[in-house]
Design a protein around this ligand. Structure first.
Ligand code: 13P
Length: 285
């Protein structure tokens, strides 16, 4: 069942656990995420970046694949198909393509323009029954900073007032692998933002590689959606590397993509399951 992500994230916010947002990169990724969500009885958000959408043949292709797969695999847990870090134009493309949720990343605009565009998109998304995530400030990027970015609570409050369903606010988190000298999450910032937005669910981007205790503390302070991408890629890579290094692709029909990509697909299921248990979402569907 495809749904928007508002209800599941609201329930997580109230129940002090977090919904896992897992980025998908291809058909195998999608299947692994859906099957693991069903096995764990966990609602799930499938995140699609603009780059991954293009790679998979366009947002309409992705939407058709996810809608059909949810039906044909008999997935019963709530599934949201969500645009990750969408541009203004990308948001409209995903609305048209049948996504159930969008994120508008207005970090490249001035705050006033971010506010104005977010306001417009909140109205459009809600009119169509979709959920919407907004972003205040930027999220840190690997290689750019070892501290990440820190959202301004006053700006967060202004965006929250527009009626967004959940908000991405930098609290020192970074996309990709964390540098060895990473300063860690700023719980002071998280606390200040959560108070400023009057309890609105917050989103933690850069979920890969954050120590479990920091994740747990972030959830206890009001993070209700956690985004994971790189960690699934690393699990996929390691399992695929092992298969090839062991020469399995050279045995029999080991070159068949259904065999070659299987260890990676299984590894994605494993890490998605680990994350769901850690986020406390398992069994919540
Ligand atoms: P990671 O790749 O660091 O897990 O971050 C994912 C993310 O935040 C997607 O929006």
């Amino acid at each position: 069942m495809l749904v928007n992500a508002a209800e599941m994230v609201k329930a997580a916010n109230e129940g002090h656990y977090a919904v896992g947002h897992f980025n998908i990169n291809n058909l195998e990724w999608t299947k692994s995420c859906l099957l693991e969500a069903e096995a764990k009885k966990a609602p799930i958000i499938l995140g699609v970046s603009e780059g991954a959408g293009k790679y998979m043949g366009g947002f309409k292709t992705v939407s058709a694949m996810v809608h059909a797969m949810v039906g044909e695999l008999g997935i019963t847990v709530p599934v949201a198909l969500h645009l990750d870090h969408g541009t203004y134009e990308g948001c409209y493309k995903c609305i048209e393509a049948g996504f159930t949720s969008i994120m508008f990343d207005g970090s490249k605009y001035s705050f006033e323009e971010n506010l104005e565009k977010t306001k417009e998109l909140v109205n459009v998304a809600h009119h169509l029954g979709m959920s919407i995530e907004a972003e205040v400030g930027a999220i840190g990027e690997n290689g750019v900073s070892n501290k990440g970015e820190f959202a301004d609570p006053e700006e967060c409050a202004k965006i929250a007032e527009l009626g967004v369903d959940f908000l991405a606010a930098g609290i020192g988190n970074i996309h990709g692998k964390y540098p060895a000298d990473w300063a860690g999450l700023s719980f002071e910032t998280l606390d200040a933002v959560k108070k400023a937005v009057k309890g609105l669910p917050l989103v933690l981007h850069g979920g890969t590689g954050i120590p479990d205790e920091q994740i747990q503390k972030a959830i206890s302070l009001g993070v209700a959606k956690i985004n994971v991408n790189t960690e699934c890629q690393l699990y996929f890579q390691e399992a695929t590397r092992k298969y090839i290094e062991e020469g399995k692709d050279l045995e029999g029909k080991g070159y068949d993509p259904r065999k070659l990509l299987l260890p990676g697909a299984e590894a994605i299921k494993e890490i998605v399951g680990i994350k769901m248990d850690m986020f406390g979402i398992s069994g919540k569907a």
